[in-house]
Design a protein around this ligand. Structure first.
Ligand code: SF4
Length: 446
């Protein structure tokens, strides 16, 4: 055990949920009560946005049939391997498991899903049978979770699907923006290969970055799916932004994900109260910082991060500094501290949350060698501005929630571009819905 302030416990760079051995998976699956029936689904199924038949796949694992279990998972979620690693199972399936009511630990559904999907990737399982070609062409813009799922669902129905992405690797936020202690690059390459076997064509390193390029896609495709996610970090400029040691969250995580871990100092300050801020703080602990402070301008009750994530960060030694807002970064040649103001909560704003107000004369400096701004992401407004008739709501693409269709009838959308930033499995749910709607519109039969 280390004696550092963060209490860093040789966390290293291991994933938060390591894989199960086969005997451990079978024993764990054997505890499942196989709830639910023809009249009421099991609570874990109701809690899964992707609608995975949890009791069925868990029973298949218990019976020693992991490939059948994987087929059950992929029937509802083509990114079942990624979701097994990054889903907030504590507030979804595992949080709903009836074993809680008996005072027992819930079934480790995420770990079992990872076990089954890992076996399927190793055996190169084809998740769906081939469908006869329809002759319809669909362009998918964005190879993040929503784009990948929409592409796979459409290709599995016989449509010709091409995915365009500016990056050289698929995965979007999962590849470049989810902290590696949750998920390294695996199993994205296997998931992309599986989609390729369903017939999805990838054009990576191919940005749709001009109106002319978009018009070309419109001319070639019968329908277009927008899985463009969100853009760069929200620009909240502060004096001292240019000092070495000041980061924004996405470049910080991307450096970790692409094998160039940032050098952090002894004292790290993270600014923000969402799950990304928590991820950055927990990675800073893993990078060896001795003091990691997370500044949030409201109280912990208003933090957008999941409470279990906040608790996990605190267990690892992250200090939650509430009612505190940064005003500038200070230092001569490099960052030396973050000047802050204390805040108090005033009247409620339009979001219903109480608005933080600065306490006059409360300026103080928190010493820091590294600071990371994790305040949120901005929408991709430029591409949206080129789409005729597309309607936005606060920068988010407006869709019919039942179909994922936008105000331009040729375009459908899902994922963070619509939600403004939600879980991967919510993107899976929206992308499935949009893919089915495209299929219906193009005359397919589900
Ligand atoms: Fe199994 Fe828990 Fe789901 Fe019941 S609620 S089927 S015990 S995982």
């Amino acid at each position: 055990m280390s004696t550092s302030t963060t209490g860093q416990r040789e966390l290293g760079f291991a994933e938060l949920r390591p894989p199960l051995s086969e005997p451990a998976a079978v024993a764990e699956a054997d505890r499942c009560l196989e709830c639910g029936g023809p009249y009421a689904p099991a609570p874990c199924v109701i809690a899964c946005p992707a609608g995975v038949d949890v009791p069925r796949f868990v029973a298949e694992v218990a019976a020693g049939e992991p490939l059948a279990a994987a087929a059950t998972i992929f029937a509802e979620n083509l990114l079942g391997g990624t979701c097994a690693r990054v889903c907030p199972v504590e507030v979804l399936c595992e949080g709903a498991c009836v074993l809680h009511h008996e005072g027992r630990p819930p079934i480790a559904i995420g770990a079992l899903q990872r076990f089954a999907t890992d076996q399927a990737f190793a055996e190169r399982l084809r998740p769906r049978p081939p469908a006869p070609p329809t002759g319809r062409r669909i362009a998918v813009i964005g190879a993040g979770p929503a784009g990948l799922v929409a592409a796979g669902e459409l290709a599995a129905r016989g449509h010709t699907v091409t995915v365009y992405d500016e990056r050289e690797e698929p995965g979007g936020l999962v590849r470049y923006g989810i902290a590696p202690y949750r998920q390294t690059n695996e199993p994205l390459p296997d998931e992309a290969r599986m989609l390729g076997e369903l017939g999805v064509e990838f054009r990576l390193g191919t940005p749709i970055d001009t109106p002319a390029r978009l018009r070309q896609l419109e001319a070639e495709a019968d329908a277009i799916f927008l899985g463009i996610g969100m853009g760069a970090d929200v620009d909240v400029p502060l004096p001292g932004d240019e000092l070495p040691g000041v980061w924004e969250s996405l470049p910080f995580i991307e450096a970790l994900k692409t094998g160039r871990p940032p050098t952090v100092g002894r004292r790290v300050v993270v600014i923000g109260g969402g799950n990304t801020a928590i991820d950055v703080a927990r990675e800073a602990v893993r990078l060896g910082a001795e003091v990691v402070a997370l500044l949030y301008r409201r109280t912990e009750a208003e933090m957008p991060a999941f409470p279990h994530e906040v608790a996990g960060a605190r267990e690892e030694g992250v200090k939650i500094v509430r009612l505190t807002a940064p005003v500038r970064f200070v230092g001569s040649e490099k960052l030396e501290g973050v000047e802050c103001l204390r805040m108090r909560l005033g009247a409620r704003d339009e979001s219903g949350r109480r608005r933080p107000q600065p306490v006059p004369g409360s300026e103080h400096v928190i010493p820091a060698d590294t600071a990371v701004k994790a305040i949120g992401q901005a929408p991709r407004s430029e591409l949206c501005s080129w789409i005729e008739g597309l309607e936005l709501d606060g920068g988010r693409v407006k869709v019919d929630p039942a179909s994922g269709r936008t105000a331009n009838p040729k375009y459908f959308a899902a994922g963070d571009a619509v939600s403004g930033g939600a879980t991967v499995v919510e993107a899976v749910r929206g992308a499935k819905l949009a893919a089915w709607s495209i299929d219906d519109w193009l005359g397919g039969v589900r």
